[in-house]
Structures are given as C-alpha cells and as structure tokens.
Design a protein around this ligand. Structure first.
Ligand code: G3I
Length: 373
C-alpha cells in the first residue's frame, strides 16, 4: 500500500487505537489534515458510522482502518447461532469475544448480530423435534445466554433478523412454523430481560423503500409497540444495486421513526457488475451519499453500518457471481469515490483524492430487489 493511501485510511486514530493495532505499517501517525474521518463527521451530525468486520482479520491495516474510520462495529458472522453454539451445549465465543474486545479497546459501539434468524442456524435447532413450548425455551435460553454474556457491552442487538417474505407475510422459519406469530414478541422480551441497556432491533432486507415487505414490518412494529413489547429500533439492511437507491428511503425511515422507534441502516453495500467502471463508481458515490443523507435527515436515524468497508471483505462476489466492488474502499484499502460520497453527506467538502472523480450520477430511482441464496 502506498504511504499516502495508508495515511488516508488510518488518519484520526487515537493513541489507544494505534497501540491496539500496532501491526499497522509505519507512517500511520502522520495524519493528513485534509482527509475526512467518517466517525468524526458522523458524530458531528449526531449519528454513528459503522462497519461489519471479520474477527480473524482484525490486525494490520484492516484493523487500523476499522479503528480509525468507524465508531461502531458489527461482527459479520461471529455472533450468529451457528457460530456460537453449532452443537447443543458446545459454546464457541472466541470470535465474538474478539470483536467486542476490539471495540472496547478502540472506543467503538457494537451492534450485536443476530439472536434469532432462520439462516446460519445449526441443524440441531433447524431439524429438531420441537413443540411450541420446547422451541420457545430453546430460543429464549439462547437469547439469555448470548445477550447475557455481553450484557452492558452491546449498543444494539438485532434480536430478530429477516422475519418477512417479500409480500410482507411472515417467513415460515422453524420459529414461525413451530411457535407461531408470538415468537418475535417472546424474543424481544427475552432480550430485554438479558440486557436491559441494549437497544433492541428488528432487522431485514428489501425494506429500505416503502413496499409490501416494509409495510408488513411497519404493521408488526405498530402492533408490538401497542402491546408494550420492548422493541427500540428497526434495521434496514440496504444491500443495494448501483443506481437503485429507493426514492422512498427517507420517507420510509421517517414513517418508522413516527411509530416511536429508532432506525438504523445496518448492512449497507451497493454492488455493481465487475470490473468496476469510472461511471459506475461515480454512480456508486452518489448512491452512498444519498443513503447517508437520508439517515442524517431523520433525527431518529441512529447511524449507518457498511457491510464490510473493503472490497476484499465483502460477501457479494461469493453470492452474486460477476458482481462486486460494493464497499467504500477497494481491495487494497484505497478509498473509492463512495467513501467521499459518504463524507460529503456528512458535511465534508474537500479534496476527493486520487482516482475517479466525484461527479454525481443520476438521482435515486424507485424499485430495488435483492435476492440471495
Ligand atoms: O467459515 C467457513 C470456512 O470454514 C469455510 O472454509 C468456507 C467455505 O465456503 O465457508 C466459511 O463460512 C462462510 C461464512 O460466511 C464465513 O466466511 C459461509 O460459507 C458463508 O455462507 C458465510 O456467508 C455469510 C452470509 O451472511 C451467510 O448468509 C457472509 O459472510 C455474511 O456477510 C452474510 O451476512 C448476512 C447478514 O448476516 C444478514 N443479512 C444478509 C447478509 C448478507 O448475506
């Protein structure tokens, strides 16, 4: 990595952070005053800016950028049920512990992801012979164990993830099929009991704009609030396609906020066909800017998390062959135009650095569909 790029990447790290990531290359302490620091810009706007991380990669430049640019981190896989209890009663906490420890060493918040999800669910849960009562107990015990382990150390928990079908009806997960509609309320109550300080979120994808799926989520949140279920927030994952930021994003954030819950953009990435072209990177810059602006514009929008900050740590190429380049940094940790788009949305105006210029693309369009297996 070129020295200028590394400086650009890590500028803004605290002395503690630099100690924590001591393997970073030399030169990182020489900050460049002109470089934007996303977490500082975000804080000035009253939001956080976060990234998903892979625990095993938290050394060197990867750790330096994570600590230098972001004030919230989410373990990309390490807190999922299949990671922490793949075999009943056999708990594996090392990855999750590493992420929480890193965050605390660097003054960052943690978004816990995720307690109840149909995917990355161990087969002993998925294929067990359950009654409604026995599965409810397994689910609430899991929540008590995991949220209890990290009590007081998690800022937001994604308590239930991806509970809806595209038409707004409930996804027929093992929890829905076996326990019924009430499993979501049960999960939130268990999470509140385990960690009263954590903000409790319902999280999903393809709910960024106003559509059938987000309508289903909206109706559920309204019901849960009316029933006194302890839900604090709604997570809009935002796995988007370049040029397709939903035109109703801000209005959708606002309508959830008006129900009395916080909103967060929890898994932002914006993919494109690869190889990336200058035109697509410009459009991607405009898209990252638009999403960030929509959060800044709504006072109950708590913050934005990108689902991996570098193209070298993104799920997209594995799940969408022929697509990629979805994050704000390239595979060599060089900021892309998207990074400057985020900074601009957070109030920064300055030199956009080397590489493709920042020219805005067409504005947001309506309609977006994400499909993954
Ligand atoms: O850990 C194994 C490794 O041992 C093995 O060699 C390798 C071979 O394929 O697989 C590794 O596991 C992979 C895991 O990521 C860790 O890298 C899984 O195959 C792979 O399926 C898994 O993908 C994750 C995906 O969730 C699973 O659904 C992605 O990293 C993760 O970014 C992604 O995150 C989800 C959110 O949790 C929920 N919203 C959607 C988002 C994107 O799918």
């Amino acid at each position: 990595m070129k020295l200028q790029s590394l400086r650009r990447a890590v500028f803004g790290m605290s002395a503690a952070a630099l100690l924590t990531v001591g393997a970073a290359a030399p030169g990182h302490a020489a900050a460049e005053a002109a470089d934007p620091i996303l977490k500082d810009l975000a804080a000035a706007q009253g939001i956080y800016y976060g990234t998903a991380v892979t625990a095993s990669k938290l050394t060197g430049t990867y750790a330096a950028v994570t600590a230098g640019q972001f004030d919230s981190i989410t373990p990309g896989n390490e807190m999922k049920w299949g990671s922490v209890e793949p075999v009943r009663g056999d708990f594996r906490w090392s990855g999750a512990d590493a992420v929480v420890d890193f965050a605390e060493a660097n003054g960052q918040k943690v978004r816990g992801h995720t307690l109840v999800w149909h995917s990355q669910l161990p087969s002993w849960v998925e294929n067990g012979s359950w009654t409604a009562g026995s599965l409810r107990t397994v689910m609430t015990d899991h929540i008590a164990t995991e949220a209890g382990r990290y009590k007081g150390r998690i800022d937001h928990w994604d308590v239930v993830n991806e509970a809806f079908n595209e038409d707004g009806t409930r996804r027929q997960s093992v929890f829905q099929r076996t326990i019924g509609d009430g499993y979501i309320a049960d999960a939130f109550r268990a999470a509140r009991a385990a960690d009263p300080a954590a903000k409790l979120y319902l999280n999903d994808y393809n709910v960024e704009g106003i559509n059938a799926k987000s309508n289903g989520m909206y109706d559920l949140v309204r019901q849960l609030k009316a029933q006194g279920v302890p839900i604090d927030g709604v997570g809009l994952q935002a796995h988007l396609i370049v040029g397709q930021v939903p035109s109703t994003l801000q209005a959708n954030i606002q309508r959830f906020a008006d129900l009395g819950v916080d909103v967060a953009i929890t898994e932002l990435d914006i993919r494109m066909p690869v190889p990336a072209t200058e035109q697509r990177l410009r459009q991607q810059k405009a898209d990252y800017k638009a999403v960030t602006q929509a959060c800044v514009a709504v006072s109950r929008c708590a913050g934005v998390t990108v689902w991996g900050f570098t193209d070298s740590d993104s799920w997209i190429p594995d799940f969408f062959p022929g697509e990629g380049a979805a994050t704000p940094y390239d595979e060599n940790y060089r900021p892309k135009p998207a990074y400057y788009g985020i900074a601009e949305a957070l109030g920064w105006s300055g030199d956009t650095g080397p590489g493709p210029g920042p020219g805005p693309g067409p504005g947001p369009v309506s309609g977006c569909a994400v499909t993954y297996a």
